[in-house]
Design a protein around this ligand. Structure first.
Ligand code: ADP
Ligand code: MG
Length: 219
């Protein structure tokens, strides 16, 4: 990757607090405090810290799931934190998130193919059923799974296969930035290293930019 290339994501002085109610009254958790970083296109930034240090909150803020109290974030110059309507939909496509636990991100009653097709439908990226099915097959192949996996339910997949389905789904919108929030943390070491290899191949082939969140510095 080009270490002097253009900056894709720029975060400045990000601050997130959560109001909490405790038995002794109200208080706030200061989850993210004055965080600044930037990621150049096609590169990976590792965000490592112990549990509770605010890593997932950063991911949530960048994907519109929580509203920060202060700071700014921009993707290719587009304000990520204050974006609405059609522009928001276009932006959300460009930032994908893969979570640690595919059991909570994949609906147990939804077949893998349907889960991967959902973002294609929501963002109207394919015309008609046949085109959608073809694209789902392509995405499965991209993550090293055969097309037959489309009809499987999450419980019919191994941990590594589930994570591959989550990655395929995250790639469906052809994002620029992929945020991996401990995506390999629950996998056995050998499976983990194969998923990491996949992520690294995908980065090279699709020129992806990664915000890679983890608690294990070695990973
Ligand atoms: P990490 O991902 O590094 O483990 P988190 O970002 O999940 O950390 O959490 C950071 C802190 O913010 C923790 O103290 C957590 O309990 C708190 N927190 C996270 N989300 C919420 C929420 N929705 N409401 C209240 N507190 C929260
Ligand atoms: Mg977390």
């Amino acid at each position: 990757a080009d270490a002097d290339g253009p900056v894709l994501l720029r975060v400045e002085d990000l601050d997130v607090r959560f109001p909490v109610t405790t038995p002794v009254g109200r208080s706030t958790v200061h989850a993210v405090k004055d965080l600044s970083f930037q990621i150049r296109r096609g590169t990976t930034l590792g965000l490592v810290g112990e549990s509770g240090s605010g890593k997932s909150t950063v991911a949530a803020a960048l994907t519109g799931l929580v509203e920060p109290d202060a700071g700014s974030a921009s993707l290719d110059g587009i304000d990520v934190l204050d974006v609405h309507g059609r522009e928001e939909k276009a932006l959300r496509r460009r930032i994908s998130l893969v979570f640690q636990d595919p059991f909570s991100s994949l609906n147990p009653r939804t077949r893998a193919g349907t889960a991967i097709a959902e973002p294609l439908r929501v963002h109207r990226l394919t015309k008609g059923r046949q085109a959608r099915r073809k694209r789902v097959d392509e995405l499965l192949e991209l993550v090293g799974l055969s097309a037959s996996f489309a009809s499987r339910y999450p419980h019919e997949l191994s941990g590594g296969q589930r994570q591959r389905v989550s990655i395929a789904r995250a790639l469906a919108t052809e994002p620029d930035l992929l945020i991996s929030d401990e995506s390999t943390a629950s996998l056995d070491v050998s499976v983990q290293s194969r998923v990491l290899d996949l992520l690294s191949d995908l980065q090279r082939d699709l020129q992806l930019t990664y915000l890679f969140i983890g608690h294990d510095l070695a990973v």
